[in-house]
Design a protein. Structure first.
Length: 233
């Protein structure tokens, strides 16, 4: 199967910029060197949503073609939403590219030393958004408006060695500050406080029992709030 719910999800500002560059900039090319062939039936694309089924190289390349064709449609969008999720990133030293997802244990064991973990900081993430703004200005809709948000969904795990609560607080605090300053710097960028709406709501109303996923009613509440305050009737 080529697509699934959330198949274009990107979790870091590096991945957001990478994907849109490959889709919009004629000079930027997807680095096929970053694909990992584990065997004849399993070719790993670490730039996609990890919930997608692993397929062979032909299927992986076809999926990549579809994803880039879908992403290229952003050039016709008047409103683009950017939801910032993670500061923890993985870098493929052989392909010289930041990845969207964590290399699996099997991949890391098969290619020791190839992948490097890092925690991106405020300046790096702001720079990525500035480059993304320049990309969309050059290739996007002439009347483009950007809405930037911060995901309230917490980290499920951390590779920093810190307590997960500490790592998550740094991640969200950094991205929240980046979103604010990015919005202030551009007349066509607006910050939407979905993060604040969720985090300042009653926990039992906001979260499922795992305290990571939002309840459907809370998601609907956030969307209703957006529609009421940001969309003209």
């Amino acid at each position: 199967k080529v697509t699934a719910l959330g198949f274009t999800n990107k979790y870091t500002t590096y991945s957001m910029f990478n994907e849109l560059s490959w889709a919009l900039d004629p000079v930027a090319k997807f680095p096929e060197k970053s694909l990992v062939d584990l065997d004849a039936e399993r070719c790993i694309d670490l730039h996609i949503n990890p919930t997608l089924k692993v397929v062979d190289r032909a299927g992986t390349l076809e999926r990549r073609r579809v994803i880039q064709a879908v992403n290229a449609r952003i050039r016709d969008c008047q409103v683009v939403f950017l939801t910032l999720g993670l500061v923890e990133v993985w870098y493929d030293k052989e392909a010289d590219v930041y990845l969207n997802t964590t290399p699996t244990i099997e991949v890391r064991e098969r290619f020791p030393g190839r992948y490097e973990f890092a925690v991106s900081n405020y300046l790096q993430n702001l720079d990525n958004l500035e480059k993304l703004h320049g990309l969309l200005t050059a290739y996007g809709h002439p009347d483009l408006r950007i809405v930037v948000t911060t995901s309230p969904v917490p980290l499920n795990a951390t590779f920093t060695g810190q307590d997960i609560v500490v790592a998550n607080t740094y991640s969200k605090s950094t991205l929240r500050a980046v979103a604010q300053d990015f919005a202030v710097a551009h007349d066509n960028v607006q910050y939407f406080p979905s993060y604040e709406v969720v985090m300042n709501s009653d926990r039992e109303l906001a979260w499922e029992d795992d305290l990571r996923h939002l309840k459907g009613a809370m998601t609907n509440h956030v969307m209703d709030y957006f529609m009421h305050n940001f969309v003209e009737s």
